[in-house]
Design a protein around this ligand. Structure first.
Ligand code: AMP
Ligand code: MG
Length: 413
C-alpha cells in the first residue's frame, strides 16, 4: 500500500495544468477568483506624474531650507492645484502653489511643505519649519516604470489584483477557463435528502459535501447524481463523466466488496490506475486513474464511500489537484501548520491518521482542539464546525496533550 507521501507525489505529478492559449478565456476585470493566464505589464509609470503626498504647499527647497518658527519664510501663492488638474504656473523664487494630496506638482517646485508646518495669510503662506529636500513628493515612476511586469501568470485574482488591473486600464483579462468537475455517488443504498428512508437506506451526503467544496473553489460542478451498484449503469455514468470533465469524483464502490465495481469498470474503459489504496486513516480505499479522452487527459478520483473518508481524501489530494489544474502556480499545495495539541491524540500506527478538530490562534500560537465524539470514518456529524485535520504520522501512536502536532488547514483555499 502506498504511503500518503508517495500517493501525493504520484497524484500531483499526474495533474497537467490548463494550458495557454487553448484553455483560456477573456473575462471582465471584476471576475474575482479567476487565475491569470497572461502577465500584466504596465504601459504607464506609477505614479503617472510627480505629485504631492500631502495637503500643503509646493515650494522651491532653496527658498525654505532656513525656515524656523523664529525666522519664518514668506512666499507668494500663485496658484491652487487640485487633484485632477494640470498646473499652469512655473514656481519662481519667493513663490509657492497651494496643493492637495495626489495633485500634480507644478514646474519649478521640488518639495511640499505640509499644511501643519505653515500658516496662511490671504495670498501668502508663512513657512514655519524647513522641510527635507523633495519631502512629500511622490516621483513619477518611483513605484513602477512603464514596461515592468505587475502581475505574473498563475495568480488568483482577488481585490488587490483587481485594483491593479483597474489602475493599469485593463478592463478585459485573459484567465484560464474553469476546470470541469463531475461528481457522482455510487450505491444501491443511497437516496436523496427529500426521499423517505426505507430500512437499510442512507442519504447521499457525499454529493452535496463534495459539490460544496468544489463551489468554494469558484467552480460549478457537473452533478451526475446517484448511480446504483449496477455494472452497466455505473459504466455509462463513468463513461459520460470522463467525456465531459477534466476531473471526475466518484464516491463509494472502491472497496473490496462484491458490489465495488469502480475499478473493474475503469479497467474496462482503459483507464490507467496509478493509486489503488493509501496507508491513511480515514481514506484507505482510494483509486486514482487517468483517462485519455478526445486528446485530453482526465483525472479520475474514486473516493471512499464513508463520508469522512471522502472529505478527508478530497482535502488531502483532490483540492490541491484542482488548484494545480486550474493554473495556480504557487500555493496550490496543501497548507500545513504546527499547533499544540490540547488533548491526547491517538494514531493508528500502521496508517497515517487524520483527526478532525478546530484550529485556534492563542497569543499568536496555533492550538488544535480535537472534535468530541466518535472519530469513525462513517461519523460525519462531528465534522461540523471543524476547520483542520491533525496528522499523526505513520508509526506514531500518541501525541500527548501539550505536544506539537502537524495540522492540515481545511477550507479557505
Ligand atoms: P462503499 O465504499 O461503497 O462500500 O461505501 C462505504 C460506506 O459509505 C457505506 O456505509 C456506504 O453506505 C457509505 N456511503 C457510500 N456512498 C455514500 C454517500 N454518497 N453518502 C453517504 N454515505 C455513503
Ligand atoms: Mg457502495
Amino acid at each position: 500500500m502506498l504511503s500518503v507521501k508517495d500517493a501525493e507525489t504520484i497524484i500531483f505529478n499526474l495533474v497537467q495544468p490548463l494550458q495557454y492559449p487553448q484553455d483560456t478565456e477573456v473575462v471582465d476585470l471584476s471576475s474575482e477568483n479567476r487565475i491569470l493566464a497572461t502577465p500584466i505589464t504596465s504601459q504607464l509609470d506609477f505614479p503617472h506624474w510627480d505629485n504631492s503626498a500631502m495637503d500643503g504647499y509646493a515650494v522651491r527647497y532653496a527658498d525654505v531650507q532656513q525656515a524656523t518658527k523664529d525666522k519664518p519664510v514668506y512666499l507668494e501663492i500663485v496658484e491652487e492645484i487640485q487633484g485632477g488638474y494640470q498646473p499652469q504656473s512655473n514656481i519662481q523664487q519667493g513663490q509657492a502653489a497651494r496643493i492637495f494630496t495626489g495633485a500634480v506638482m507644478p514646474k519649478g517646485a521640488d518639495t511640499v511643505v505640509m499644511q501643519e508646518e505653515s500658516r496662511r495669510e490671504s495670498d501668502r503662506v508663512i513657512i514655519l519649519n524647513a522641510p527635507k529636500y523633495q519631502e512629500f513628493v511622490r516621483h513619477q515612476g518611483s513605484y513602477y516604470q512603464a514596461g515592468s511586469q505587475l502581475l505574473p501568470v498563475g495568480i488568483r485574482l482577488n481585490a488587490p489584483e483587481i485594483a491593479v488591473l483597474a489602475a493599469v486600464q485593463c478592463p478585459r483579462v485573459n484567465v484560464y477557463r474553469k476546470p470541469k468537475i463531475a461528481i457522482l455517488s455510487t450505491g444501491d443504498e443511497l437516496v436523496t435528502p427529500n426521499q423517505p428512508l426505507k430500512p437499510g437506506q442512507i442519504v447521499d451526503s457525499n454529493q452535496y459535501a463534495l459539490a460544496a467544496l468544489v463551489r468554494q473553489m469558484g467552480i460549478e460542478p457537473l452533478i451526475m447524481g446517484i448511480i446504483p451498484d449496477d455494472k452497466e449503469a455505473l459504466q455509462q455514468a463513468i463513461d459520460s463523466s470522463i467525456s465531459h470533465a477534466d476531473i471526475v469524483l466518484s464516491s463509494g464502490g472502491v472497496s473490496v466488496g462484491e458490489y465495488d465495481y469502480v475499478e473493474k469498470i475503469i479497467t474496462h474503459l482503459q483507464g490507467q490506475i496509478h493509486v489503488h489504496a493509501v496507508a491513511m486513516k480515514p481514506g484507505k480505499p482510494l483509486t486514482v486513474t487517468t483517462f485519455k479522452r478526445n486528446n485530453r487527459p482526465v483525472l479520475y478520483f474514486g473516493l471512499p464511500g464513508n463520508p469522512v473518508s471522502a472529505l478527508v481524501t478530497f482535502w488531502r489530494f483532490v483540492q490541491p489537484a484542482i488548484a494545480k489544474l486550474s493554473g495556480v502556480v504557487d500555493g496550490w499545495q496543501p497548507q500545513f501548520v504546527n499547533a499544540v495539541a490540547t488533548r491526547d491524540l491517538h494514531g493508528a500506527g500502521k496508517r497515517e491518521t487524520y483527526l478532525w478538530g478546530k484550529l485556534s490562534l492563542v497569543d499568536g500560537m496555533y492550538q488544535f482542539h480535537l472534535a468530541g465524539g466518535n472519530h469513525s470514518s462513517g461519523n460525519l456529524i462531528n465534522l461540523a464546525q471543524t476547520n483542520a485535520l491533525a496528522v499523526i504520522r505513520l508509526g506514531e501512536n500518541l501525541i500527548a496533550a501539550g505536544d506539537a502536532v502537524k495540522v492540515l488547514k481545511i477550507g479557505n483555499y
